[in-house]
Design a binder for this molecule. Structure first.
Ligand SMILES: *Cc1c(COP(=O)(O)O)cnc(C)c1O
Length: 246
């Protein structure tokens, strides 16, 4: 617990320092504490030291922890649960029921299913489009690896955004991306910068929509992401330590 408190303070200091380097306010950056694989007791300890935004990459795990936290703290706890991993279409209903924010919308099919289910239960869900800027095959998301020069890719992401923004229940808020693994910082920075520029282009092209949220950066690269405009960083290991391998 003491450790968690210390690590939380250190992360906040690093966020503030990165924000200062970019002339940004740390208040514009939301720390999503990634609690995947950790038990509810860890989430409660994180809550105790002040964390309020929690991230899970598997919807099954999120759907277990959301009610468990509410049971432990009562309904007015104010914690926000972010689903940060991709959804399979047969698992959309758990997300429509339980998630407060979905960062990894990567297909229209998922958007349509979520919309139908959200309408059924009268909820709304803010969403981000996951974009694959780096071209790494392991990365999900809309293919925008050459969006600056490829007219088809520009049309693809623009039309997807316009369609999704019209679906009842979904609230399009911006973009999410993952940097490639084990590449030089400059390549990571370029991925974040190009994602920010894409959001900017989309905002100019579709001025009525909202592309102001940028979810980028994890334990190894959140400071670069903040320097390049991230509004949400998703940090697990730097707060909770190494996860056990499944
Ligand atoms: C696990 C995960 C994170 C956090 O990764 P760390 O390296 O532990 O900070 C961030 N985003 C997504 C999508 C994840 O699955």
């Amino acid at each position: 617990m003491e450790d968690l408190h210390t690590r939380y303070e250190q992360i906040q200091e690093r966020i503030a320092a990165a924000a200062a380097r970019a002339n940004r306010s740390p208040n514009d950056i939301t720390l999503v504490a990634v609690t995947k694989t950790w038990p509810v007791a860890t989430v409660l300890a994180a809550y105790e030291v002040g964390m309020r935004h929690f991230g899970e990459n598997r919807v099954e795990e999120l759907a277990e922890k959301v009610p468990a936290l509410t049971q432990a703290l009562g309904p007015a706890h104010g914690a926000i649960w972010h689903l940060i991993g991709n959804l399979q279409s047969r698992k959309t209903s758990a997300a429509a029921d339980q998630a407060h924010f979905f960062h990894a919308l990567d297909r229209l099919k998922i958007a349509n299913r979520l919309s139908t289910e959200l309408q059924e239960n009268g909820r709304t869900l803010p969403v981000l489009l996951e974009v694959n800027v780096s071209g790494e095959a392991s990365k999900a998301g809309f293919d925008v690896t050459r969006w600056e020069t490829d007219e088809g890719q520009r049309r693809g992401i623009r039309d997807a955004a316009a369609t999704i923004a019209q679906l009842p229940g979904l609230q399009l808020r911006g973009l999410m991306t993952m940097a490639p693994w084990e590449v030089p910082d400059e390549e990571i920075r370029a991925v974040f910068r190009r994602t920010r520029e894409l959001a900017h282009w989309l905002q100019e092209t579709l001025p009525r929509l909202d592309f102001t949220t940028l979810s980028m950066g994890m334990t190894d690269d959140f400071e670069i992401a903040i320097e390049e405009g991230a509004t949400h960083v998703r940090v697990g290991r730097a707060i909770f330590g190494e996860r056990e391998k499944p």
